[in-house]
Design a protein around this ligand. Structure first.
Ligand code: 9MR
Length: 409
């Protein structure tokens, strides 16, 4: 059995160190609150997922969701530094991007290094996403001969089986894949030891339905269910001080939480540490306070800090985006003026969520938005974030989140 008090302590120490660093950033002369400063006294870090456009200051790079001009990239960068005290990479540490080809020569460190350096330069608490996933993995990883069909290496796997574009048979053995897993984790975690404080060790391994706890992937097929235990074990070897997180989506669903509890038990029964639960929190606009309250209450029974890792709120308005163009035909009068229905829905959803977060602030210690603004979001058609494509604060959602932080529950 692992020592849960020890894990809590590790987490609290690291978070306290960062908060001290964060106050240098956010507690300075400016009187205007920021997202980070509004939640500082609650002990909650407020972060954002970044892509290499920002960390490498280059709009002409792949692996982003949209094209931004250099001027926009500079604007996005300034916003990231101003509002947030924590960062995670949206893509650049995923396996297919950081190790597209086999062996020690197969790494592409430049974007990952730039991401970590950005965090260090700006005194931000750095999280790494993700060591093991079934998606965005290179084909060679699962092949007995990792050098067969190198032209297919960089093709990310979507879904459990690759089909025509999948790994070349015969597949790797359990021993081969475990060795590659250990080498990769030691290389990546070891390189950023002491700098990346939290790792999403395993991402989205839970099944969405049926009786199985885990989804069927090349990982379960070749290694078996204990690929998860092994990943946590290797990550702990590589950086014993790192906070090791399990990350998944739809944890608002009670059935999925039951699977999560079984998975956490599996890790603990193996005597391997797990230090935090990452709940992605990709929400829809109809989310209620009660659902989030229940989710956090239930997750807290695991006795681990809860990190909201990929926050956004989809506001589907019949496919329309909420802009000033559709403001007039779908507006309600508020004390602040005209607010579109979509913008009001967004604010209501964020209010329900952040009220629940504050109620559970002993457990919820980090909230990371999945993207800097609507334009770069993977859900950009749902206008899901607190800043629009011009990096303007979306009202009333932005002020709602700030005010909940400043006023308390
Ligand atoms: O936001 C990410 C997007 O840019 C990538 O194209 C995509 C590739 O699968 O991954 C997105 O991020 C995902 C995250 O890594 C894991 N949880 C779901 C996120 C949204 O798909």
């Amino acid at each position: 059995m692992i020592d849960m008090n020890k894990n809590r302590k590790i987490h609290m120490l690291s978070a306290a160190g960062l908060l001290a660093a964060g106050s240098l950033l956010t507690g300075c002369a400016s009187s205007e609150p920021t997202l980070a400063s509004a939640y500082e006294d609650h002990g909650i870090l407020i972060g954002v997922a970044l892509n290499r456009t920002i960390t490498m200051q280059d709009p002409n790079v792949e692996a982003d969701n949209t094209d931004r001009t250099m001027e926009e990239v500079l604007m996005d960068t300034a916003l990231a530094k101003k509002e947030f005290n924590q960062i995670v990479n949206e893509n650049d540490l995923k396996w297919v991007l950081v190790q597209p080809n086999p062996g020690p020569e197969g790494y592409n460190w430049e974007p990952a290094d730039a991401f970590v350096q950005f965090g260090l330069d700006n005194d931000m608490y750095i999280c790494g996403h993700t060591l093991v996933w079934h998606s965005q993995v290179p084909n060679w990883l699962f092949q007995a001969d990792p050098y067969a069909k190198p032209e297919q290496n960089a093709q990310a796997q979507q879904g459990p089986w690759g089909g025509m574009r999948g790994p070349v048979e015969p597949l790797a053995t359990r021993e081969q894949l475990l060795e590659r897993l250990r080498d990769h984790i030691h290389a990546v975690v070891g390189r950023y030891k002491g700098k990346v404080k939290v790792w999403d060790v395993v991402n989205e391994a839970l099944a969405d339905g049926g009786n199985d706890v885990l989804r069927q992937t090349y990982w379960t097929r070749i290694i078996g269910d204990d690929f998860i235990v092994k990943a946590f074990e290797y990550a702990h070897e590589a950086d014993p001080d790192a906070i090791l997180r399990y990350n998944d989506y739809s944890l608002e669903n009670p059935a999925k939480r039951e699977r999560l509890k079984k998975l956490v038990k599996m890790i603990r029964d193996a005597g391997v540490p797990i230090h935090a639960i990452g709940t992605q929190t990709h929400l829809n606009a109809d989310i209620t306070f009660e659902t989030m309250d229940e989710t956090f209450t239930d997750l807290a029974t695991l006795g681990l800090p809860i990190h909201i890792t990929e926050l956004d709120v989809n506001v589907a308005m019949g496919g329309r985006r909420s802009t000033s163009a559709n403001l007039e035909d779908n507006a309600a009068l508020t004390s602040g003026g005209l607010v579109s229905e979509a913008d009001q829905q967004l604010a209501d959803a964020y209010e329900n969520l952040f009220r629940a977060i504050l109620k559970h602030k002993e457990n919820v210690t980090m909230v990371t938005f999945w993207g800097i603004n609507d334009d770069v979001s993977w859900r950009r058609n749902g206008s899901p974030l607190l800043f629009d494509a011009q990096d303007q604060k979306k009202q009333p959602a932005y002020d709602t989140v700030i005010n909940i932080g400043l006023q308390g529950e």
